[in-house]
Structure formats: C-alpha cells, structure tokens
Ligand binder design. Sequence first.
Ligand code: SF4
Ligand code: SF4
Length: 527
Amino acid sequence: KGLFPSIGGMRRQGTTVLIEDVAFKVEQLADAILDLQALFHEHHYPEAIIFGHAKDGNLHFVLTPSFNDDASVEQYARFMDALVDLVVKKYDGALKAEHGTGRNMAPFVEAEWGRTAWEIMARLKKLVDPENLLNPGVVINPDPHCHLDHLKPWPIVEAEVDKCIECGFCEPKCPSRDLTLTPRQRIVVRREITRLMQSNGDAALLESLIRDYQYSGLETCAIDGYCALACPVHINTGLLVKRLRAERISPRGHAIASSVSRHFKAVETGLRLGVGLGHIGASIIGHRGVAAVTRLAEKVSGAALPKWSPVVPRPNFKPLPRGQRQEAEIVYFPSCIVRAMGSSPRKGEPTLIEVFTTLAERAGLKMWIPEDSPGNCCGMPFSSKGYVQAFRETLHRTVERFWEWSEEGRKPVVIDSSSCAYTLLTSQDYLSPEDRTRWERMTLLDPLEFTRQMLLPRLTLNRVAGPVVLHPNCSAVKLGLQDVMLAIARACAEEVVVPQNLKCCGYAGDRGLLFPELTASASAREA
Ligand code: SF4
Ligand code: SF4
C-alpha cells in the first residue's frame, strides 16, 4: 500500500485527497523540505506528508483539504499562492517534475516560465489544436482561478463512503459495471444524494437518484467484495450495500426472516417442489412459458421473484447417503442448495453429494453425513439480503450442530460449496463469544482445501485429454485458493485455461435468479 492511499484512507471525514509534484535544486532540497513543512502548518494542513526522489530534487506531497465551504476553498487558494511563491520565487524550482501540469497548476505556468514563454506555448497549442479539443484548460489556461473552479464538495456520508478517494481501481472487476453501477459510482451517487439533501438541491434529481439507487446501487450488487481486493483503502462496497439493504428492512421483515430461518427444512422442501414443478411445467409449456409465468407472478406480487431459466438444476429428492459416524475421519456437510438442487441437468447422472461421497470412497476416506443436516445452513441467504438477526440465529444453530457432529472439534468438517464455506470461515464477527470459541476450535474445510489435503494424495488420477476452462469463483479467490483450484484442475486435465476477463459471475446465491441480467452482463466477456 502506497503513501497516497494510506493518507487517503486515514484522512478526516468530509475531506478530499490530492497529490502534487514539485522540484528543487538538489543542494537546496533539505531547506525546501523544511520550508514546505512550515507552509503546511501555516495553512492548517498539519496532516500533509512529503515523499519523493531525493537524488532528483523531486518532492511529492499529499494534502487532505476540504472543499465543502467557501472558507475552506479560500484557505486552499492562499496555500497554493504561497506554495508557488516558495517554489518559484524563493528557490527558482519547478512546479512540476515528473507529472503533467493539470488544472491545479495550470494558472501558475506563467509564474514559473514568464509571460513570453507562456504566450509561445499558448500560440503553439492554438497551432496544433485550433479548436482547443485536446485537454482544454489542463496546461494552458488563461483563467487565474481555474484551480478553484468546480471543486467537488465531499459531504460526510458514512464511514465507507467518506474513505473513498474515487481512484477507480475497484471498477474493472465489478460484475455490475456494464449493467448498472461500479463500486466507485455507487459511492459517488451516495455522495451526490447527501449533497443534494444537505443543500436543498434539485428535488427532481434527488428523487430520481434515490429511486434508481434501489435497483442500480443495491439490487444489482453481487456483494462478492471483489472491489475490496483492488481498493487501496480497503473499501468493501458490497458490505456497504449489505448494510444499506439491512437498513431498509422493517422489524416485521426481520421477524419473518428469523421465522424462515427456524423453519429452513420446510424452505428446502418448498424449493425442491418449486423447482420440480418448474421442470414439469417446462416439459408441458416449454421453458419460455414457465419464464413468462414467473415474470407475470412478479408483476402481480410487486416483489422481485426468481426467474425461470433452462439451466435451473433439477430437484434432488434422493435421501442422504448414510455413513458410519464412529469410524468417520471427516464430517461432510452438504450445503442447503446442494441438498435441494445439487443434481445434474442431465438425467441419470449422479448428484453432487454422490460425486463427493464416491470420491471419498475411492480415496479410502471414511466420511459421515449427519442425518440431521437438512434445515441447517451457513446463513448466506439471510446475510446477503441484510437480515442480520436471522443470519446470527442461523449461524448459532449451525455452529452448535457442527460442534456436536465434529465431536467438539476433533473431526474436520467439509462443506461442499465454496461460498457457504467462505461464509462460515469468515463469520467470526457474527458469533456469540461461546460460539466463537467453538468455531475457533473446529477445522472447517472448503471443497478445494479438502480435495487438496484429503483426496488428491490418496487418488490415482487419469487426466482428461481435452482443454478444461476454469472459473475460480469469488469465494476461492477471496480465500486465496485460486492456485489450489488451478493445481487441482491441472492434476485432472492436461490443459487448463483460465479466461483472461475473469470476474465475479454475479450469481451471488440468488442474484442471478432474481436479476439474471446481472449474470448475463457479468459473464458476457468471459463467455
Ligand atoms: S472504492 Fe474504488 S474508487 Fe473508492 S477508493 Fe476504493 S478503489 Fe478507489
Ligand atoms: S461487491 Fe461486487 S458487485 Fe458490489 S460493488 Fe463490489 S465488486 Fe461490484
């Protein structure tokens, strides 16, 4: 992490962050640094830091000024004038060293180079760019106050938003970037909504931003947290969205979610029946017909409902395989989605649970599936929608069951879905002190670690000949297991291809069912 984002991440709320680039003669550098430090204090920027390239006499400094009111802008204007006097008049230095001039220094080009040189540069610019199309006003600008125009106020909004320096590093990997908003834009819109509210600004614009944010900002965020991996100040916009979703839930909504979590076994049964009915319907009226029915139901109910698609897996009605608990080396917890729908779209092929247990059997690994697994869940369906209370309750029940199944942490537990394993492995902040102690004493394995540690060393593999395309999912990436996934794939196939444009698929548990356009957009380049 560099100094610029470090300062950006710890600055006061409501301030912005900017970096400048000046140069002095090397023999005067030490004095110039002391003068610069004095200047920061004189103009009330005590947080400013200096770094740079001493052998070249080149200094960068980072400031975190506020532009939220006239007094702050005037303070900044005085600082810039004093800075130019210091660099140009006192030291005959340069206002730019290795970076471009930019609007912040454009008004001072003449002060550094003199009127004659400035006019020559202005004439040259006019000659090559008579329409002033190329970066207008960024180097040659006759306006002596252009560095003070259009300064963006950053109102205090909330911790995550206020930390953002709008650098945009988070944008390329965001699954919703081509559909609705990027993480940076989600933050910028939050800022704009707050600014309009505080300034009694354009009411129609405010209303439309608030209305559209529900879909563009909240509904179509996959909460995968890929943005946090790239953000230099570690903002997880997904967590912000999750919190905002939670704030929009009424106490009644939380109570209903808690009740659903307590009756999760019935939810699983309902899911199986619903999916089964969908497939029966599709065999009669076709997949398009079923999709039309789900869209109609959505219109009538006014709620976002799962959309039907031909790739929806078939329901899994098979009973859980039994194993010998006493002899078992490991406990296998099939996730709720695998228990309900973990079957192949092709008839006659084994379910995911059967694949898992067959592999363990071939590896000579004694595995046990608790018969009371149904009804238990990692809680992700609640946490991703902001039902924090239901999430905590679900986690509590699951940790309690895991503790008992694992014989108080003596046996490891493998979870067959990476995303569920990720939720459980990162759930510490939502656990009670007692559950946390138990959680710390248990070994929870995601399917990749399980395969690497317990299956591969015991199996003889025949590698498939054709190329295999690998999509390391978000949970694997966030757990730092993409190399493990790649190693497993290479052990199983002669050629493994990881797509260049890989990013989150946007399915996110149920987002892909509720908003299939998100997954379609997120996976378009990779597909
Ligand atoms: S959220 Fe995005 S734009 Fe904001 S600081 Fe992080 S990477 Fe930069
Ligand atoms: S959590 Fe994912 S979808 Fe949401 S803003 Fe971050 S990268 Fe984009």
